[in-house]
Design a protein. Sequence first.
Length: 391
Amino acid sequence: MIPSVLPTYNRAPLNFVKGEGSWLVEADGRRFLDFGSGIAVNALGHGHPALVDALTTQAQALWHVSNLYQIPQQQALADKLVAETFADTVFFTNSGTEACELAVKMARKYHYEAGQPERVEIITFDGSFHGRSSAGIAAAGSEKMTKGFGPLLPGFVHLPWNDQEAVAAAIDEKTAAILLEPVQGEGGIKPMPDQDLKALRALCDAQGILLILDEVQCGVGRTGRLFAHEWAGITPDIMMVAKGIGGGFPLGAVLATEAAAAGMTVGTHGSTYGGNPLGCAVGNAVMNIVAAPEFLAEINRKAGLLRQKLEGLVAAHPEVFEEVRGSGLMLGLKCKALNADVVKAGYAAEIITVPAADNVIRLLPALTITEAELDEAVTRLDAAATAVAAG
Ligand SMILES: *Cc1c(COP(=O)(O)O)cnc(C)c1O
């Protein structure tokens, strides 16, 4: 008999009942160090007082009014994002997938309004992840995500990850945009090198096409800058944001330049819940903390420490780990052992990590992690690796 919850998830037998900062408490009382953060969602850890206060204060006042009316919390968050980024304008969604939908629509509408309606194709890359909607799976294109779900949304061109020549050769009169994650998350923590991101930006400018960045996982302070593309000194035309921006409350956004958004006039897009007062109250609280230069500097300091400790861990367990990679507090351990076995051994050692493609385990601690917790994490990962090596 089919389970009452549609069985699309492979769940670990863990039942968390409370979160406190970087810690998750299991129903049986065990305390797990959370190096997954709900896949980079709980950016400020669990139960951050500023977020709890923002949500509960808003919940006492007003939950929902519809985008038919003014939503001051939404206006304030849009103003903040515009002030802190390349963007001139913001549309709020409830998820990264919905942000992907709008990014695709916006890019096509841009060329349509510019008198080039044939420019509909979006170049994407192997290993990418843009959500599970029809556009999202067509964008990623992997057999794992698309098999049996055809006909797929047309208009996506899939290229090998980081092959600049292939990109240059693929652009033609039908190309609308290039879409990529500056650091691939699900694909196995693969950063696009700065010089290659710069080259893609230059290519887009030369060809009159748009650069869309998916910063759903790598954005909102995760890499030590507010958004990951800032490391390369470039800006996108359109950017997808979600996960960390809501700190655990469902919230996403599409940020865009005025030019890229030119086609999105009244009535061309909408959402019932997107940008509702609850989500935006929390989003404002997240941005107030994460966008502060001192907070970002602290992320970089801790990221340096963690990376150094992880290099030591890899050196100590060459039969389990191959390398450390990633950026800031978005790190991956490429495994020699089966990554699922390492994640499982982590559970036994009471540390949460997240598997990714390419036999990687992801380390995505809360951005508020303490130095003592970093040490504790490496101790627990060491115990997990020892157990894996012992078979
Ligand atoms: C998680 C993720 C998405 C999808 O976001 P949802 O909120 O699950 O819809 C899209 N892109 C990237 C890079 C992601 O990590």
